[in-house]
Write a protein that binds this ligand. Sequence first.
Ligand SMILES: [Ca+2]
Ligand SMILES: [Ca+2]
Length: 517
Amino acid sequence: MKTITTVLLLLGGVRIAQGQPVFSHYKPFDVNNISTVARNDGLLHQKYNPATIAAGFEWPKGSGMYAIYASTPWLAAKVHGEVRVAAREWASTFNPGPMDAVTHQPADRSDSTFRVYRIERSDSASWDYQHWPSSLGAPVQSNGKPLLLGEQTLWCVYNCADSTEVMPFDSKPLGVEVQQTVFGYSSLGGLFTNLMIVRYVIINKSVSTLDSMYFGFWSDPDIGDPSDDRDGCDSTVSLWYCYNATDNDAEYGLHPPAVGYVTLQGPRVVSTEDSALFVGCRVPGYKNLPMTSFVLWPNDSWSNPRTAASVYSYFQASWWSLGRHITYGGIGTDPLARPTNFMYSGDPETGTGWLSTFSRHEFGGSGPFTMAPGDTQEVVMGVLVSRGTSNTGSVTKLRNETRALLETYSDSLYKLFASPPAYMPPREIPELYHLSQNYPNPFNPGTDIQFSLPIDGQATLTVYNMLGQRVAVLASGYYQAGSYTVRWEPRTAATGGYVYQLAAGSFVRNRRMLLLK
Ligand SMILES: [Ca+2]
Ligand SMILES: [Ca+2]
């Protein structure tokens, strides 16, 4: 495992310690063999604590072994010819929260509403389920209830819009909102137990057209000990991957796994004769872009991107370095000696083609596409781990499983996203304690009582008769901030007046109600 000490030695302090959002929030994704985290600004896997900064994609779950250090989405586009990028390594350049479609401004990033929400099968009582942020765009069923994708769904929203912020690479903000859904399966078995799916809904909420735009998925994979890793790609299945150079990794031991990143659904572009997958439908007149580039750089002063223009050139599968624009194939180590958008596309198991001699951090990109103001794009990535009977056998297994996954996806999986735009009214956290008048009142046989709590804490709702004797306890326990409704249907209580009392923190309030039999 990479420690902070070796990281700083390896990377010479390039790892950026900034970039943590004002309100930083994590939730675990751990529904299957993968155990990792998602943060509310788009950073995946990395356990971001300045004291214990560490790899965060444990596989298999509970093993203490890690296959990825960190991942994050990258975006790049031109606005009136000017290059803008949202790109940062080992951190995110996005801020938690949505953008306002009218003012084009980002929401207050310190608002704790913009957390990571997580729902699971059979947990409709959870706080996250009850407060599912459908008004922000979280996916819902046609009845307005939260839409569970797979068997565990994590959702958050973030943006690249704050013009007061100094962006990495001196870029101006793109003016996009990104809604992120992470989900996975446990019961489907097979490759699905080693798969995490990330769906990005990207909305141009700026006033400008974003043209020549690219989506990228950046990652620093580490198969256990990172010093003996190799990278490669298979553009025929929109896959790039990391594997171990030898059949024995210092941490994984014999037959180490390979980890891959597959573009399950790329951005859609106009294509008259085709149809594209988009929010659960097939849209005629478009096609989904595959992975269009894979780039890997060794993390040295020669190859590291330094400007927005150099980052942009990575998306186009070329490097901007020392003032030279170099297309792949111009690099001396390329035995194919011809331009290609895909570095290291050889076959590790047969040892044929162009094979990498190192691994650090890299990304796969898709583009170009255009986003007019108000346009939405949807990109779906799969992060998949495969373990074969040898280090390179793991790559072959990964490529085969990716092929099967792509078929399943285009056959049926994408339909999961089909959810009519039905929205629940937003459930807001109340500002004050409140105990409502019961309804109906007078009542027979039952009545509803609503109360609100502005902060988490103990709360008790008790019913007394007019002699001050306790008749019923309708609520008692630790409650999260929010509004609750409880029902009282007394079977044996007599006609007459009753007092109900809410006690929470220092708040105590009594109200009267009347039972008529
Ligand atoms: Ca390794
Ligand atoms: Ca690495």
